[in-house]
Design a protein around this ligand. Structure first.
Ligand SMILES: NC(=O)c1ccc[n+]([C@@H]2O[C@H](COP(=O)([O-])OP(=O)(O)OC[C@H]3O[C@@H](n4cnc5c(N)ncnc54)[C@H](O)[C@@H]3O)[C@@H](O)[C@H]2O)c1
Length: 340
């Protein structure tokens, strides 16, 4: 069942489904030649549903999100005789979606792609909105583009096999949506927290759908990330630094980034201490540490953030729950403020 369709300001359309069903897959693929890109862990867990000869299995782990893996995948496309009428399917977490999305977007100047998202983080974020790409050395997502998938298939059943760390990482991004949106998501999340921790299918399918609604609403108004879409980056400027320097899972790094961002919101006069306490309380009660340490390694990476222009960065502050503010700020002033 299609639960949501989003259009973009580039006139593309993406259908989002909320349950894995062989018939959906059959209808989408139709007579087309297809490949499934997945990682070793997901393949081992779900191989009984996959035809091995149609699979390209990549290594898991952020260190493999690089151009050599793209080259490997493209060689496989050629070996499997894919053409522009074929369809490429990313079956996995955010890493698989980013690699599949990017490889598909450049293969023969663009081949259709869709995702079966198997982590919470991919279902609510990485699979949605068309951003793809790989890291370049220690620079996060430096190579890539924005190309929308034709479809996304989510199912909370996949979340049952996730490790606690990877599940928590997805919850980190759920918290971001709770904080940047003025929907009632924060109330739903806190009042259903026990079911969330139990990975209850109904609650999680609903939560995923609500997060996607928030993201797609923003993406359809600013598909190419020229302004409004930056608010989805709340917690990410420092989050990416924590991810690389401290080796944290993406969503866990983002929660530390959100702690940094709310502290800076107070220091720059966008928010008061009451809001900071509320944000810290939410993050802590969801099972995250709120302490963070920053040093020159983080600051060096911040200077290379993709949202910078010259010595300035479009930093996302928060002035109220549901009211993120994009403030063009000198990177030097940000660094000065966090070390004070
Ligand atoms: N393109 C975007 O808009 C966007 C947004 C957010 C994050 N990202 C990227 O997504 C990546 C992080 O995504 P992620 O957290 O999904 O990480 P991931 O894809 O690396 O998956 C984390 C781990 O979970 C395993 N896994 C996946 N599905 C599973 C399942 N159902 N059961 C058990 N294990 C499973 C994977 O094998 C891996 O070991 C980062 O590279 C980040 O930059 C992209």
């Amino acid at each position: 069942m299609i639960v949501l369709t989003y259009n973009t300001d580039n006139s593309t359309k993406t259908d989002i489904y909320c349950s894995v069903d062989y018939n959906i897959f059959k209808n989408i693929v139709n007579d087309r030649n297809y490949v499934i890109i997945t990682d070793e862990k997901v393949y081992n867990l779900y191989s009984e549903n996959l035809v091995k000869s149609n699979c390209i299995i990549i290594k898991e782990g952020e260190e493999h999100k690089n151009l050599s893996n793209i080259e490997y995948v493209i060689r496989q496309f050629i070996a499997k005789d894919l053409d522009r009428n074929s369809i490429i399917i990313g079956f996995g977490g955010g890493l698989v979606c980013d690699i599949a999305g990017f490889a598909a977007s450049i293969y023969m100047r663009g081949t259709p792609v869709g995702f079966v998202a198997t982590t919470l983080l991919a279902q609510i974020d990485a699979a949605v909105g068309g951003k793809n790409g790989v890291n370049f050395g220690s620079y996060k997502n430096y190579i890539g583009n924005i190309t929308q998938p034709q479809f996304i298939i989510n199912d909370a059943l996949f979340l049952k096999t996730l490790s606690d760390k990877d599940y928590l990482s997805g919850i980190g991004e759920v918290l971001k949506y709770c904080l940047i949106s003025n929907s009632n998501l924060i109330e739903y999340f806190t009042s259903n927290f026990n079911s969330v921790t139990m990975r209850d299918k109904d609650v999680m399918d609903f939560l995923v759908k609500e997060c996607i609604k928030i993201k797609t609403e923003i993406v359809s108004r600013d598909t190419n990330d020229k302004g409004l879409r930056h608010i989805l980056n709340f917690g990410h400027s420092f989050g990416h630094c924590f991810e690389i320097v401290d080796g944290l899972a993406h969503g866990i790094a983002v929660t530390k980034g959100m702690c940094t961002a709310i502290d800076l919101s107070v220091k720059f006069g966008y928010a008061d201490a009451r809001l900071r306490d509320r944000v810290y309380e939410l993050i802590k009660s969801a099972g995250f540490e709120t302490e963070y340490k920053l040093d020159t390694r983080h600051f060096d990476l911040l200077q290379k953030d993709k949202k910078k222009s010259g010595n300035y960065i479009d930093f996302v502050f928060l002035s109220e729950i549901g009211n993120p503010i994009i403030g063009k700020t000198a990177i030097g002033d940000i660094i000065k403020a966090v070390v004070e």
